[in-house]
Design a binder for this molecule. Structure first.
Ligand code: GDP
Length: 383
């Protein structure tokens, strides 16, 4: 009887141990998962902490705080200093310096006879220098290149000097970008659409930034939505703000707003882009006249730049004349000089309007706008 009792107790003990072992295995396999945890979580590889026998060390959640999201600061471009830009003129005037080569070729002939002078006139006229300046130049060269006392003056030196005189190094080409006292300088940019007006305003903003001036742009070409966007892109690249109005809105009110903001913020220069639809002279006169009057009431316009496409020749000169009758143009920006074989337009347009070329466009690159200089231009022409 006693043996039976021992046997029953023995079986019971083995049974209890077996059950305890089975449960232990299950607990170890399932780790520390709380009841009801979905098995899906187990298949998530990275975030599941490794199962360890040790008690988990609970760290203070210092690093759990998400980093505040900061928009990356736009990296602004540093525009090239204006003084070094004209260096590009020589290589960009690839078409026009054919004129220089042609003139020098004629002047190196043994005999400077009538045929030579006529050929020279043809060359100058073809380069758009204009009739009166051509005749003046040929006359001056004929006089100065006469063989005197058996001594022939150096033709290249004489030609260079006379061309520089024709371009007129005495003209004041400084941009008036400052106002009186605390007032900002106001630059009004006018010209026919397609000449490169908006591009010039954008490039001008870069020149101002390169000269460490503060600027504001006015997108007063409200007829072309693309013009406003174009200007905003130029401004963004160098951190210059653009004041804009509703599409098709009143250009004068955008110009007014921009100049007012410029005054309130104390910026150095406000540059105003305008619409250049040349539908008729009266319409143009009304519109530009109003823009100028509205600005002048707050702070005087210090510079009116007329943008002209150098590749348009005589047609460009006619347009220039119309604009100069509508507003008092104080300086000319000659764009696309890089694509023109007719650099002589510099001389013709100055003569026709009596105002200096102050800036030249040398390409589509952001810093391809350079302050004009008579001697550098002639040297580039002569190659
Ligand atoms: P807008 O209608 O007068 O404002 O003219 P845009 O500024 O829109 O310019 C018209 C086109 O001329 C654009 O494709 C410009 O990139 C181009 N352009 C402007 N200036 C120059 C320049 O100096 N050289 C060259 N090659 N293209 C230029």
């Amino acid at each position: 009887m006693q043996e039976w009792l021992y046997l029953v107790i023995g079986i019971a003990v083995v049974g209890v141990l077996a059950i305890a072992g089975f449960v232990g295995t299950r607990v170890r396999r399932s780790g520390r998962l709380p009841e009801g945890t979905s098995t899906d979580v187990l298949t998530t590889p990275v975030e599941t902490p490794p199962a360890t026998a040790e008690a988990p060390v609970v760290e203070a959640p210092a690093e759990v705080e998400p980093e505040p999201e900061v928009a990356p600061a736009p990296s602004l471009e540093t525009p090239e200093k204006p003084a070094s830009r004209l260096v590009r003129l020589r290589q960009r005037l690839a078409g026009s310096n054919a004129l220089g080569r042609g003139l020098l070729g004629l002047l190196s002939r043994d005999q400077l006879d009538e045929d030579t002078w006529e050929a020279m006139e043809d060359l100058l006229l073809a380069a758009d220098i204009g009739v009166a300046p051509t005749q003046e130049l040929v006359e001056r060269l004929r006089t100065r290149l006469r063989v005197e006392g058996g001594k022939t003056p150096d033709a290249r030196t004489v030609l260079r000097e006379e061309l520089i005189n024709l371009v007129d190094p005495t003209m004041d080409r400084a941009l008036k970008v400052s106002g009186e006292g605390d007032a900002p300088g106001v630059v009004l940019v006018v010209g026919v659409n397609g000449t490169g007006k908006t591009t010039t305003v954008g490039k001008l903003a870069r020149i101002l930034v390169a000269d460490e001036r503060t600027a504001l742009l006015a997108a007063a070409d409200t007829f072309r939505a693309a013009a406003t966007e174009q200007l905003a892109t130029w401004g963004d690249r160098v951190g210059v703000e653009v004041v804009r109005g509703p599409e098709g809105g009143d250009p004068a009110s955008v110009a007014f707003d921009a100049v007012k903001q410029g005054m309130d913020r104390g910026v150095d220069t406000v540059v105003v882009d305008t619409a250049g639809r040349l539908q008729n002279k009266q319409g143009l006169m009304d519109e530009l006249g109003k823009v100028k009057r509205v600005i002048d009431k707050q702070s005087p316009v210090t510079e009116v730049l007329l943008v002209l496409d150098a590749t348009t020749g005589q047609n460009g000169l006619i347009q220039a004349k119309v604009f100069s009758e509508v507003v008092d143009v104080t300086g000319i920006v000659l764009t696309k000089l890089d694509g023109s074989a007719k650099g002589g337009i510099v001389i013709a347009v100055q003569r026709q309007l009596g105002v200096p070329v102050k800036l030249v466009g040398l390409g589509e690159g952001p810093d391809d706008l350079a302050p004009f200089d008579a001697a550098a231009f002639v040297d580039a022409l002569l190659g």
